[in-house]
Design a protein around this ligand. Sequence first.
Ligand SMILES: CC(=O)SCCNC(=O)CCNC(=O)[C@H](O)C(C)(C)COP(=O)(O)OP(=O)(O)OC[C@H]1O[C@@H](n2cnc3c(N)ncnc32)[C@H](O)[C@@H]1OP(=O)(O)O
Length: 238
Amino acid sequence: MEGGLYLFVGACRATQVVHLFPTVSPEIVVREARLEDCWEVAETHCSSFFPEYSFPLDFVLRVDRLVGMLSGFSIPPGCRRTCLVAVIGGSVGDTFLFGTEDFKIGGFDGKFSLNKGYVTGILTIDTVADFLPRKGPLRQRRTGIAYISNVAVRERFRRKGIAKRLIAKAEAQAKSWGFRAVALHCDLNNPDAKKLYKDQGFRCITASEGANWPQPKTAPDVKFNFMMKLLNTPTTTA
Ligand SMILES: CC(=O)SCCNC(=O)CCNC(=O)[C@H](O)C(C)(C)COP(=O)(O)OP(=O)(O)OC[C@H]1O[C@@H](n2cnc3c(N)ncnc32)[C@H](O)[C@@H]1OP(=O)(O)O
């Protein structure tokens, strides 16, 4: 009986260590998502944007998201989409990667690693410009402005600077594509996210009277701030 109690206390301590570890580990790495991350990406998205769902609906939602990510995202020719992930516990370098450089599916890199780590946060950046105002009489896709969406950090990893790191990496990605600005839509009822973006140098842009700017397709009553940052703008926080 006493031995059983020790085992139980030992198991509890081990669990505490497992729970404590992520909060003290500095080893968050932000990198391009690989196919092996896609379930955790779906999980991070759904648990962050739909936290009220519980089993089995949450599971159905994750599967739906996964299928959407891998099959539903058609990218127009010449455009790019990249999903970034912040992982903990993975290898820092890309030492043990398998797969080819060219194979990509729905913003995911086709490579695999022996030590993938655990996804704590996600962000998508693209050059598709579906949610940017079109230009000219022919309503052409806007170029030079990369679009950020799906920024989410798992609840227990929040307020550790993970979203900031993801945004910084997205900006670097946009610069490497030769883009001059990044833009996003932020729900008017999400002051935490708005503060995050403002502190990172994004500014709200107001559409002129009568302009019909595109908006992300969510619930009809959700209203957005359109925010933009020129890539030479400094941030107010480190
Ligand atoms: C374009 C889009 O995708 S908009 C959608 C945004 N996503 C969501 O709303 C999903 C649910 N929320 C989340 O996943 C997270 O809370 C996020 C993504 C908004 C923030 O992620 P975090 O990793 O916690 O942000 P991070 O730690 O980098 O915070 C950076 C700064 O943002 C601001 N901020 C972030 N969260 C909060 C908060 N809850 N309250 C107040 N300020 C906040 C602060 O200024 C913070 O700096 P500080 O901690 O030094 O004060």
